[in-house]
Ligand binder design. Structure first.
Ligand code: BG6
Length: 467
């Protein structure tokens, strides 16, 4: 059951920016189309635009990204207003207050660079509705543990904890939610989901494109801050957490936080950083940049269930394919009955969760070749395969709608975010380990092999047999 009350106005800071254009506007149109959005929408940004110009931008976005739906767009356009102004100027907030009118529970979406959060939050603090309003902040939530804590204090100075929504859009993705559903709704998994049966767990997030005009921002991040600290550790939590007592936001978020707190901080020796050749040619990138566009790490989880099981994560830009996939590989059967040596990847059972660009859940099993001999081959039982609905905007639609209803289930808790920073904190300093250069279109630096070699090597997504 969703807790009431519903937010009565949506306010976007950064309304003329990239995130709003690519993700938020298509999500809004989809929400209107489903009858899930019928409140005033106020865009706030610096350019000296009027509402007409802003609506034209929204139209352009939905046309390019989601496909214009004339009826839904007209309705959306009728809800839209625009407030122009510098975020540091008190006037901007005075105009916004006028535009908010009698709204009692606005939802503020901070689709702006984190450096602007303090200015905007200070501007919103004085609003009479501040204790009943909600705020959505995008990742990265801080740059490290200390700044994440600071940001949290700042948010809490203006909003109640239950009104703070930390977006990790991976949590809004159907296949990520399905990891949890699949694990806890099937009885055959839980008895084997532990150190006695699982040999290793791998998560690969490969992208076959570079930083796509986001060079300036990416220089502040690198792969660890961009996707490992948030998206991939959340996926790991979904794969490894204990069963929550029910599906409430509290129970789910508690179990995830418990798991993340048990992940040991990653050691530099268990990390390989890479940078694709050509990254520094971008005019926005420092010619001697040490920022990693690839990271591979090996983690351990200090718990009865997982002690001794390696958790391997790798993520990179300009790799061979675009694909995100998790593989939970089981140990070989204890007894060799048919004389086959079953030990490598492609011989043993595994569960494969393909999270994007298409979705799949598959179980790797062996079955007998027809004939006299008792030998077999690896095959896959496919539980599910389908395209990922509407790319990333499906996740935004879900998250925005949940935040408007005050439902925190799919948002990162402060506890989780801080635990995630603790895990990666030892490898955040780029100077500790300069990245190795790798060729675009490959699987990253060869050195990364050493992390996975003792466990059969990296699983190459898309290739289900032996590498
Ligand atoms: C974002 C990262 O959070 O996630 C990007 O900043 C990355 O660098 C993107 O490309 C991937 O999201 P998705 O939904 O396309 O897998």
């Amino acid at each position: 059951m969703r807790p009431e009350p519903v937010s009565d106005t949506l306010v976007f800071f950064g309304a003329t920016g990239d995130l709003a254009y690519k993700m938020i506007f298509p999500a809004l149109q989809a929400m209107v189309k489903r009858g899930r959005l019928d409140v005033p929408i106020i865009g706030v940004a610096k350019p000296d635009w009027n509402a007409e110009r802003f609506r034209a931008r929204v139209r352009e976005s939905v046309t390019e990204r989601g496909g214009l739906d004339p009826a839904a767009f007209d309705k959306l356009a009728s809800l839209i207003q625009y407030v122009e102004g510098d975020y540091a100027a008190p006037d901007t907030y005075a105009r916004l207050r006028r535009a908010l009118g009698k709204a009692k529970r606005p939802l503020f979406y901070l689709a702006i660079p984190p450096a602007l959060f303090p200015t905007v939050i200070a501007g919103l603090k004085s609003f009479p509705s501040s204790r009943t309003s909600r705020v959505i902040v995008e990742k990265p939530f801080g740059r490290d543990l200390a700044t994440a804590k600071k940001l949290n204090r700042l948010l809490l100075s203006a909003f109640p904890e239950s009104g703070i929504f930390r977006v990790d859009h991976y949590l809004g993705k159907e296949p990520v939610q399905n990891i949890i559903y699949f694990r806890f709704s099937n009885s055959f998994l839980e008895p084997i989901w532990n150190r006695d049966f699982v040999r290793s767990v791998q998560i690969t997030m490969a992208e076959d494109f570079g930083v796509k005009g986001r060079g300036k921002l990416y220089e502040e991040l690198g792969a660890v801050r961009d996707v490992v600290q948030n998206h991939l550790l959340q996926v790991l939590a979904c794969l490894a957490m204990d069963a929550p007592k029910d599906s409430s936001a509290e129970a789910l978020r508690d179990q995830k936080a418990r798991l993340l707190k048990a992940v040991a901080p990653v050691a530099v020796r268990d990390t390989v950083r890479g940078q694709f050749r050509g990254y520094r040619d971008d005019p926005d990138i420092a010619p001697d940049s040490h920022v990693e566009t690839y990271a591979a790490i090996r983690l351990r989880i200090d718990s009865e269930r997982w002690r001794g099981v390696p958790f391997l994560i790798r993520a990179g830009k300009s790799l061979a394919v675009t694909c995100t996939e998790a593989l939970v590989e089981l140990k070989a059967p204890a007894r060799t009955v048919f004389g086959e040596r079953l030990s490598g990847r492609g011989d043993v059972n595994y569960l494969r969760f393909r999270l994007g660009p298409e979705v799949a859940i598959a179980l790797g099993v062996r079955s007998k070749f027809p004939g006299e001999r008792m030998t077999g081959e690896q095959t896959e039982l496919l539980a599910l395969t389908r395209p990922l609905a509407s790319g990333g905007t499906g996740a935004y639609e879900r998250l925005l709608s949940d935040a408007m209803h005050g439902d925190e289930t799919l948002f990162a808790s402060e506890e989780s975010v801080e635990a995630q920073w603790r895990v990666v904190e030892p490898i955040l300093d780029h100077r500790l380990q300069p990245p190795s250069v790798y060729e675009p279109g490959t699987w990253g630096p060869a050195e990364a092999e050493r992390l996975a070699a003792p466990f059969g090597g990296w699983h190459t997504p898309g290739v289900t047999g032996r590498k």
